[in-house]
Ligand binder design. Structure first.
Ligand code: 5HY
Length: 244
């Protein structure tokens, strides 16, 4: 089985973090192909970055489809471009945000997402509403820039740790979801420290991809995710989307 894990920001070091988490979760027969988007922002922190990351993401989804991968993982907690990706994909496309939150639902009555910056909170709250999970979850931010997670000298881990402590008391959270792909490496230690499940979306998405593939389930092409008819594109985007 082959699962393509796409980091839609353009920071290769973060892709390495993601790849390690994906390979740690993958079954022995699952090959993980971790890739970094070739065009877009170095990190995705809010709506504008998310919009600029979409062409690079969709190009990688197209490549995975050409290669015949068994599943795609979008390794950005905003589930950036998830619906558009599913429209052009036959293989299942799993967002790490959706995956992590559904995993939390299976083990806890209520959970808190701890993400990076406050400006990312509304987009994640919208996703929870879209997934039907808003009544059992809230979203907090540790006020950590995404790329600080790749800087060992930063106080990122301490800030995330402190926000988890607040969530467990103030939200009565029974599980914590790490709200950024770059936090994947922290899950195990934080879970031990806080004695509560701390969920990394990269691992959850890989296991869901394996499950869907084993069950022979692909993206439904009835209604919403029907592949659109090829359409004329103009401007720089045209060449980009043709892979020129
Ligand atoms: C992510 N941004 O997982 C999100 C998290 C966030 O570049 N990768 C990013 O802060 O929105």
């Amino acid at each position: 089985m082959r699962i393509r894990v796409i980091n839609p920001n353009t920071t290769a070091a973060m892709t390495e973090t993601i790849a390690r988490a994906a390979r740690e979760a993958a079954a022995s027969g699952t090959e993980i192909d971790a890739v970094t988007s070739s065009t877009g922002p170095v990190s995705i922190e809010g709506y504008y970055d998310e919009a600029l990351s979409l062409p690079g993401l969709l190009i990688e989804i197209r490549k995975g489809e050409t290669q015949g991968v068994d599943a795609h993982v979008i390794a950005c907690f905003d589930d950036t471009g998830l619906d558009a990706a599913r429209q052009i994909a036959t293989a299942p496309v799993i967002g790490i945000g959706e995956a992590a939150c559904h995993a939390a639902m299976l083990i806890a009555n209520r959970f808190t997402v701890v993400t990076t910056l406050e400006r990312s909170i509304p987009a994640l709250e919208h996703n929870l509403l879209k997934y039907g999970l808003e009544r059992r979850a809230r979203v907090r931010a540790a006020e950590v820039p995404v790329l600080a997670l790749e800087d060992e000298a930063s106080d990122a881990r301490a800030r995330i740790d402190a926000e988890i402590t607040r969530a467990l008391v103030e939200d009565r959270a029974e599980a914590i979801v790490l709200g950024c792909a770059g936090m994947a490496k922290l899950a195990r230690d934080l879970s031990i420290k806080h004695q509560c499940p701390v969920i990394d979306g990269v691992g959850a998405a890989v296991k869901l991809g394996e499950m869907l593939s084993v069950l022979g389930l692909k993206t439904s092409k009835r209604w919403g995710y029907q592949s659109g008819t090829p359409k004329m594109l103009t401007g720089p985007l045209a060449g980009l989307m043709r892979g020129e």
